[in-house]
Design a protein around this ligand. Structure first.
Ligand SMILES: Cc1ncc(C[n+]2csc(CCOP(=O)(O)OP(=O)(O)O)c2C)c(N)n1
Length: 308
């Protein structure tokens, strides 16, 4: 594994000076993923905040070959490029070792790009797909996605007198990808950067399709102060809302287990989108959210062969 000194010395693949919001954790997640990838990389990104803020014409923040994709086809594009690379390599026209990374937000991954991601994973391309999950369609004004947490206030699932935010629990996308029997799948968080770094290195070194789901807190979308993004990511892990684990050789493994599992309220209380959960009349919703986190955490512990 590369040392911190080696990581810091690497030429950045994404330059500073892009147009992301102050305190944008998706941007940090991209930096962490790309720093973890040594050598030649070709990347693509589905339409969404990160594609928009890094490619405002006539500028680009990308120091590597980058392909702009529509909302639904980041995985399809990169799998096509990877297939072409295999042909050129076989014919001796390319000799370099090149890695391929497709990025997408949760809207572009959990929802609209799911079929192209599923196809790429099933066909077995030697590529890494990274989902930066900021838990809503942020670029277009905070609409709910199938990754949005239960009871979160969004523009299309708002909090009012009758409805109290999103009604459904988030889709278990990492598990859906694991069901494809991929070479490697993991959940990571920029708050645990060493863990994320190791997962990216592993995903790129393994032959075959790999997937990493990275939690990426969004200050305007989640409504927390812009210097608290990493703390939001850390609390999502410490409350077990966002467990850090990986899937390899048919087995799931926790890569971090909180010493003391914090209640979900430690995470929700800092975020404007959950403000209503901390009012007396909505306490039952907070309890419901906690029960689902506990249920999923216990299910994962059992799958990982761990005790509580
Ligand atoms: C088929 C299609 N539907 C809708 C849009 C409009 N659109 C562009 S980006 C976006 C939201 C992206 O959300 P997400 O993938 O979660 O990324 P984020 O903006 O949160 O980074 C939408 C709805 C589109 N470009 N294409």
């Amino acid at each position: 594994m590369a040392s911190l000194k080696e990581l810091a010395a690497r030429e950045p693949k994404l330059s500073p000076g892009h147009r992301a919001c102050a305190g944008c954790i998706p941007a940090l997640a991209f930096h962490q993923v790309l720093r973890s990838a040594p050598g030649y990389v070709v990347a693509g990104c589905a339409t969404g905040c990160m594609e928009v803020v890094t490619t405002i014409f006539p500028y680009t923040a990308w120091n590597i070959p980058f392909i702009h994709n529509a909302f639904e086809n980041s995985a399809a594009t990169i799998s096509g490029v990877e297939a072409a690379y295999q042909v050129l390599k076989r014919k001796g026209k390319v000799t370099k070792d090149i890695k391929f990374i497709a990025f997408g937000g949760d809207g572009g991954t959990y929802d609209i790009g799911l079929q192209s991601l599923s196809g790429a994973m099933e066909r077995g391309h030697n590529m890494l797909y990274v989902c930066y999950d900021n838990e809503a369609y942020m670029n277009t004004g905070i609409q709910r996605s199938s990754a949005t947490p239960f009871a979160a206030d969004t523009k299309t699932a708002p909090v009012g007198k009758v409805h109290k935010g999103k009604k459904q629990y988030p889709k278990k996308l990492t598990e859906i990808i694991i069901a494809h029997d991929v070479a490697y799948a993991a959940q990571a968080s920029p708050s645990h950067w060493r863990d994320l770094n190791r997962k990216v290195e592993k995903a790129l070194s393994i032959e075959g399709p790999a997937f990493i789901n990275v939690l990426a807190p969004c200050p305007p979308g989640w409504r927390f102060p812009s210097d608290m993004g990493l703390e939001m990511a850390r609390l999502a892990v410490e409350t077990c809302f966002w467990p850090l684990y990986e899937f390899e050789n048919g087995k799931r493994k926790l890569t971090y287990k909180p010493k003391e599992k914090l209640p979900i309220s430690e995470w929700t209380k800092h975020q404007g989108r959950f403000r209503h959960l901390h009012q007396e009349e909505n306490k039952h919703l907070l309890e419901q959210a906690q029960q689902e986190v506990d249920r999923r955490w216990n299910e994962l512990l059992a799958l990982c062969g761990e005790s509580a």
